[in-house]
Ligand binder design. Structure first.
Ligand SMILES: NC(=O)c1ccc[n+]([C@@H]2O[C@H](COP(=O)([O-])OP(=O)(O)OC[C@H]3O[C@@H](n4cnc5c(N)ncnc54)[C@H](O)[C@@H]3O)[C@@H](O)[C@H]2O)c1
Length: 241
């Protein structure tokens, strides 16, 4: 097998960093696209390509994917991980709040995948992985735009799988439960959030970023060519759907 190249969005911290490090550990050449600098991630991955840019911005994303090709020559795996998950009572949500969530969580995967597609096609093999959320199953009342965006991303996953199947490209989604990342600890997990989610799980502990790695590696595996259009519910049994 050729050395595979992966592009991970939102790789500066949290799940994206975990995924980038895990792929590098399996021999992938890894590029990360984040609106923030990625010194910590770069420090963990030799030959890491750090792309600082906005995943919702077509021009910046195109420039970033071109840099991946300039540096590594190929692109095989895209992990659409960048996301935001603000919690707010429904009646306080402004149209701007709504649009921001939709742009980062739903439009960015479109923009990034669209820019990457010619390179995946040229490689004749590809894996697109979209990070969604088990919140689509549990539907928390204070996360209406988030749930809508991630449900939209599941629809994107399914229809895109149909569109890209002929090119040897699979498209799948992974749905974590609440994961202990710095952002979650500061926001949704604070004030008893982790405990509340854990109480609804069958697995009696809080999910760590490392708990998602085996699912990612399974989805991108050479042997997973018949797995496409699927959403892996990796939520510790918080919803059996
Ligand atoms: N942490 C959880 O509890 C949890 C649960 C289920 C799903 N998820 C999903 O997993 C993904 C990662 O979550 P996390 O907790 O690691 O988040 P995080 O906040 O730790 O990391 C997200 C990264 O995305 C980057 N980012 C945000 N907007 C961007 C943009 N427009 N362009 C480029 N980069 C951008 C941020 O700078 C940040 O580095 C998200 O899609 C989230 O919805 C998280």
């Amino acid at each position: 097998m050729d050395t595979r190249t992966a592009l991970v969005t939102g790789a500066a911290q949290g799940l994206g960093q975990e995924f980038a490090v895990a792929l590098a550990g399996r021999g992938y050449r890894v590029a990360g696209l984040d609106i923030a600098p990625q010194a910590e991630t770069a420090g963990k991955i030799p030959d890491y390509l750090e792309l600082v840019g906005d995943a919702t911005d077509d021009e910046q994303v195109r420039a970033g994917t071109q840099r991946v090709i300039d540096r590594f020559g190929t692109l095989h795996v895209v992990v659409n991980n960048a996301g935001v998950y603000p919690a707010k009572p429904f009646e306080e949500i402004t149209p701007e709040d709504w649009r921001r969530v939709m742009r980062v969580n739903l439009e960015a995967p479109f923009v990034v995948t669209r820019a990457a597609l010619p390179h995946l096609k040229a490689a004749g093999w590809g894996r697109v992985v979209n990070i969604v959320s088990a919140a689509v199953f549990t539907a928390p009342p204070d996360m209406v735009p988030y749930v809508a965006s991630k449900m939209g991303l599941i629809g994107f996953t399914r229809a895109l799988a149909s569109a890209l199947g002929p090119y040897g490209i699979t498209v799948n989604a992974i749905a974590p439960t609440m994961v202990r990342t710095a952002t979650a600890e500061r926001t949704v997990g604070a004030g008893g959030g982790f405990e509340a989610v854990r109480a609804g799980q069958v697995v009696p502990r809080t999910q760590e970023p490392s708990d998602l790695v085996s699912s990612l590696l399974y989805v991108v595996d050479e042997g997973s060519g018949f797995l496409t259009g699927q959403t892996l519910n990796v939520s510790g049994g918080s919803a059996f759907l």
